[in-house]
Design a protein around this ligand. Structure first.
Ligand code: ME8
Length: 518
């Protein structure tokens, strides 16, 4: 049993609309982290779920004319349905309307209240329901229709005044600044670190954490006319799923071996409010929070449920394939930055997969099937060229991938793998194994063997991105199910030399343009 633990979480998605490419993108990145770490010998817990309280959800249910719980049940299920559609290796799905979550949120509240970090006061300010956030006078403007809107989100705001509990965030300013100065790796990408540090240093205000104007929320312990502010409740989900407040084995093992992946719009909640709440509860701060960029829509705005300008994963999966979609999203975009997605892009990347990786594997395996009695080749007497390729695809590549994955540099990891794939394709051209068939079959076998070994290693490393396709490629290479871990990528030859293969089937087809009907 391993003693390495890794806990990766998506944000819990609001159930005010159905899942779209933006939610799929974040969940997919978490899935790649989870799969990579499992292959690297970690015990992994991959958590996702839905955020179901607050005024926004209450109003969405009312607009549909159904009870909030029934509304949440229906939309939450759609997020659950995304799991098989995207082949996400989720271990747990949390809903904030579940008893285990309410219990955890109330326990955390009670702990903070006991310590004197929660107090009752009055709140007034500009509230944007769709952001579930208050804004100051400076943070709003009047638009050309005469409506007051939040500058940051463009969403309408209204004046609200209510009795509210506050969390004493101001008391944690110095501790947060000290903590992050000592642990810069706790916030990624690097560019976001400075943003958070200057926000902390600009002075933290206590923030309102309860509401009395509606009741769709977790009741505040000891004062049931208040419900918790949805963000207080929501952030706690990461602990609820581990069994907090009990000292469960999951709490002990997975906290704080945690990576929260979130959109950049909610990094402040995760990098300032959440760590302060944890510090107040005497709990350690998550190892890392990574804020990714946005998928932008063709209209130049963020793809979002409230703008209704989004694509859904099926728009790509049905046309181009699931693994192609997974590959495309993380290969084409730089994860920390905003980016556009579209049909031209995915067609190009699907063909890159087919031409570079698929074609390499398919022509080598087909040649072996036809010309080497379908036996995986024997590798003998390595030349400098052989060694160069084997070294490039061994430990060096594995270490590069580990480094990129730990920084959530998915596109750089794939680029590093692609450099090896390109090197392998160049090696095919220079070694011309097809010609050796007539002149030197021993050398031919070595060249084909080095290529199969390279494909084996690359397929192992690409499994987190394209689990199904790489699995099929490894099947064709006769790689046993228990020999597909990252530890099986080394400078040693792992190929089952001499094993008999079945007729190879192409794993990565090219994109075929469908003619418009005449
Ligand atoms: O913020 N591009 O939920 P949410 C990329 N419930 N990612 C996008 C995206 C886009 N266009 N649109 C959405 C919430 N996302 C809270 C979170 S966590 C304790 C509570 C992704 O449904 C992005 O990761 O509005 C964002 O953080 C997430 O969807 C949740 O958005």
């Amino acid at each position: 049993m391993t003693d390495k633990y890794f806990y990766v979480t998506t944000p819990i998605y609001y159930v005010n609309g159905e899942p779209h490419m933006g939610s799929a993108y974040c969940s997919l990145a978490c899935d790649i982290m989870a799969r990579f770490k499992r292959l690297d010998g970690y015990q992994v817990k991959f958590l996702t779920g839905t955020d179901e309280h607050g005024l926004k959800i209450f109003q969405a249910a009312r607009d549909r004319g159904i009870e909030p719980q029934a509304f949440c049940d229906e939309i939450s299920q759609k997020f659950r349905d995304l799991i098989p559609v995207m082949n996400l290796s989720v271990d747990d799905f949390i809903r904030t309307t579940e008893a285990r979550h309410k219990r955890a949120a109330q326990a955390l509240w009670a702990k903070l209240a006991d310590r004197g970090d929660i107090y009752l006061s009055k709140y007034s300010g500009w509230y944007a329901v769709s952001d579930e956030a208050y804004y100051t006078d400076e943070e709003i403007i009047t638009n050309d229709k005469g409506e007051k809107i939040a500058i940051a989100s463009g969403k309408p705001v209204e004046w609200m005044e209510e009795e509210s509990y506050f969390f004493r965030l101001s008391a944690f300013q110095d501790r947060l600044a000290e903590y992050f100065s000592a642990h810069p790796e706790a916030i990624g990408p690097k560019s976001r670190f400075n943003e958070i540090m200057s926000f902390i240093k600009s002075g933290l205000q206590d923030f309102s954490i309860s509401r009395t104007t509606f009741s769709w929320g977790v009741p505040v312990p000891g004062d049931e006319k208040h419900v918790m502010y949805v963000w207080f409740d929501a952030l706690t989900n990461y602990l609820s799923a581990l069994g907090y407040p009990d000292t469960t084995p999951e709490m002990q093992n997975f906290w704080p071996e945690t990576l929260h992946i979130v959109g950049k719009d909610i990094q402040r909640f995760h990098c300032v409010y959440w760590p302060a709440m944890l510090m107040a509860a005497d709990l350690p701060v998550p190892k890392r929070v990574y804020s990714h960029g946005w998928l932008m829509a063709a209209d130049g705005r963020k793809m979002s449920k409230s703008f209704g300008n989004f694509l859904v994963p099926e728009d790509f999966i049905d046309t181009y394939g699931l693994d192609q979609t997974r590959f495309y999203l993380l290969r084409d975009l730089s994860f920390g930055q905003d980016g556009n997605i579209g049909h031209d892009g995915i067609q190009r990347r699907k063909n890159e997969l087919a031409n570079d990786f698929g074609n390499l594997a398919q022509r080598v395996l087909m040649f072996i099937f036809k010309n080497n009695e379908a036996r995986l080749p024997k590798i003998t007497n390595l030349t400098a060229d052989d060694q160069a390729l084997l070294e490039a695809s061994g430990i060096v590549l594995l270490e590069t991938c580990r480094k990129h994955i730990d920084l959530q540099e998915f596109h750089l990891m794939l680029e590093a793998i692609w450099m090896v794939i390109r090197q392998a394709n160049a090696y095919v051209d220079t070694q011309a194994p097809w010609g050796l068939k007539k002149t030197d079959t021993v050398r031919m076998e070595t060249v084909l063997g080095v290529l199969c070994e390279t494909v084996r290693r690359v397929a192992i490393l690409c499994q987190p991105y394209m689990p199904d396709s790489c699995g099929r490629m490894l099947d064709q290479l006769m790689v046993a199910a228990d020999k597909r871990n990252l530890a099986d990528v080394s400078n040693e030859i792992g190929l089952e030399q001499g094993a008999v293969i079945e007729q190879p089937q192409g794993v990565f087809p090219r994109h075929v343009a469908v003619e418009a009907p005449a």
